[in-house]
Ligand binder design. Structure first.
Ligand code: RTP
Ligand code: MG
Length: 149
């Protein structure tokens, strides 16, 4: 089973329970979850690839404005499946093209777009390690519950 990192961003923390229900209904297993308040330094490290983008400082201020909920999700082709459930980065596009997506339902702007998803298996590995450095993630065997060793 593939794993991906999901983050419920500060503007959608109040909707975390509803989003988790959507995640479960879509067939994901929530392998790990952790609620954290990121420091500016941590947010800048997490989003380092965007450091030269015009929206970078807005993004860092937003992501450190309140707690986030980081989750490791497991499913067949989890990276792609989670980004599909998320919807497009732009909330306006999400509302227009994918009204049932998480960003359409809970996003407030192109920056405050409710949730994050890793964009590749390689990013997922790095991002999972960022939020869960102390956790060993074992493969999930069919019919078994994820165990926290
Ligand atoms: P994410 O990394 O959060 O899953 O989102 P993404 O791949 O769909 O989008 P990405 O291009 O990686 O951008 C990262 C986050 O930066 C904020 N953003 N704001 N105001 C803007 O034009 C703008 N563009 C991007 C969003 O929070 C986006 O998710
Ligand atoms: Mg991205």
């Amino acid at each position: 089973m593939e794993k991906t990192l999901a983050i419920i961003k500060p503007n959608a923390i109040a909707n975390a329970e509803e989003i988790e229900k959507m995640i479960i209904k879509d067939g994901f297993t929530i392998v790990q979850r952790r609620r954290v308040l990121l420091s500016k330094e941590q947010a800048m490290e997490f989003y380092a690839e965007h450091r030269d983008k015009p929206f970078f400082s807005d993004l860092i201020n937003f992501m450190t404005s309140g707690p986030v909920l980081a989750m490791v999700l497991s499913k067949d082709r989890a990276v792609r499946a989670w980004r599909r459930l998320l919807g497009p980065t732009s909330v306006a596009a999400a509302i227009k093209k994918h009204p049932d997506s998480i960003r359409a339902r809970f996003g407030s702007s192109d920056t405050e777009n409710a949730a994050h998803g890793s964009d590749s298996a390689e990013s997922a590995e790095r991002e999972i390690r960022f939020f869960f450095p102390d956790v060993t993630l074992y493969p999930i065997l069919s019919g078994m519950e994820a165990r926290d060793f």
